[in-house]
Design a protein around this ligand. Structure first.
Ligand code: FNR
Length: 358
């Protein structure tokens, strides 16, 4: 396991573990714990990273991989690398500009930011700061309100909906309970939860969420819909039959069901069930270019990063997030060259070997 709490060096972080250490020194400890922690014993938080540590690369040689091309297309959007920004809540806790800074960095780096429904800036302002954007939705029990949020995301120019389905109830995050962390500071709200009267609603988790709601959502919007939080191959097969446009293998970074399988361990069965009919994305524990390479070799079309973006934001606003994306881009490029691979389309499962423990 790579430590999160090492001592940062002087100068820009050389890797995301150093960046985490720097962020820890700058953040209110309550907010550090909110950003970094997970549910229960945090087994799944640790498992996500440990799953990468169990994979080793079997590089090819003498392949003349002089020029690598990291670009990919996802649901019609061309991006600079197969790494996107995962939806995370409350960016203003990390930096005063909040999601506006994150969006600028994503736009500069040429990748997609997935805007959280729990963003602390309005989606319209985030869109004005940068793009391309996708919008993450927690379907609310109030269907009219849910539809109005989708309309807002569409009007702001978001080009896909990411529907989070791993949260029928809130996960139990003991670090937050210990701190009594429940509310945002005064003046900060979930801006995308305003209703027509301007009142800000609480985000509700809906334990009644089912496939019928996905059918309903399909009729509400023409945007491509991805399901976020799928681990079981049977659900992946259902997603294909319900006409979804993409899947995100995720356990919410270990913040919902503690003990849920590491995403990298869940990926191969999901990829097999989908059989190439939809793009399969993955998040959870991606911290190095080699992690991206491994996930893609095992069948992911792209990966997303959550916590590292918050650390970058805390350390340097937009420049800090840009640093995270630049580190991953450079690291992936070098890993491809060293593995004898010219780009994402060239990655195959035979580049990865799994060992019993890291
Ligand atoms: C999240 N995540 C999340 N997911 C989502 O669908 N909507 C949300 O609002 C949030 N909010 C959120 C806040 C914080 C502080 C974290 C750390 C995570 C989950 C996120 O999208 C993603 O699944 C994980 O963060 C990926 O794991 P890593 O990269 O953080 O290990």
């Amino acid at each position: 396991m790579r430590p999160l709490d090492g001592t940062a060096l002087d100068g820009p972080a050389l890797n995301l573990a150093e960046l985490a250490a720097d962020a820890r020194g700058r953040l209110d400890p309550v907010h550090w714990d909110f950003f970094t922690g997970g549910a229960g014993e945090e087994r799944t938080v640790r498992a996500n990273e440990a799953a990468f540590a169990r994979r080793y690369l079997v590089p090819r040689v003498l392949r003349g991989a002089v020029r690598r091309d990291l670009r990919i297309s996802l649901l019609g959007t061309r991006i600079s690398m197969p790494v996107l920004i995962a939806p995370t809540a409350f960016h203003r806790l990390a930096h005063p500009e909040g999601e506006l800074a994150t969006a600028r960095a994503a736009a500069e780096a040429g990748t997609i930011m997935v805007v959280s429904m729990a963003a602390t800036r309005p989606v319209e302002q985030i869109a004005a700061a940068g793009g391309p954007l996708w919008f993450q939705l927690y379907p609310q029990a109030d269907l009219d309100f849910t539809a109005s949020v989708v309309r807002r995301a569409e009007a702001a120019g978001c080009s896909a909906l990411v529907v989070t389905v791993d949260s029928p109830v809130f996960g139990r995050r003991e670090r937050d309970l210990r701190h009594g962390f429940a509310d945002l500071p005064p003046g900060m709200v979930c801006e995308n939860m305003r209703d027509a009267s301007g009142r800000v609603r609480d985000i509700g988790m809906d334990a009644g969420l089912d496939w019928a709601r996905i059918t309903w959502l399909r009729e509400v919007t023409r945007l491509p819909i991805l399901l976020k939080g799928v681990l079981h191959p049977a659900d992946a097969a259902l997603a294909v039959s319900y006409g979804l446009d993409g899947l995100l293998v995720s356990n919410h970074g270990g913040r919902q069901l503690d003990g849920a399988l590491a995403t990298l361990d869940a990926l191969p069965a999901v990829v097999e069930a989908v059989g190439g009919r939809l793009p399969v994305l993955l998040d959870g524990g991606v911290r190095r270019g080699t992690d991206v390479l491994v996930a893609l070799a095992l069948g992911a079309s792209a990966v997303l990063v959550g916590r590292p973006v918050l650390w970058g934001l805390a350390v340097g606003g937009a420049a800090g997030v840009r640093h995270v994306l630049d580190l991953l881009h450079a690291d992936l490029d070098r890993a491809l060259a060293l593995a004898g691979v010219t780009g994402p389309a060239d990655l195959r499962g035979d580049l990865v070997a799994t060992v019993a423990c890291g």
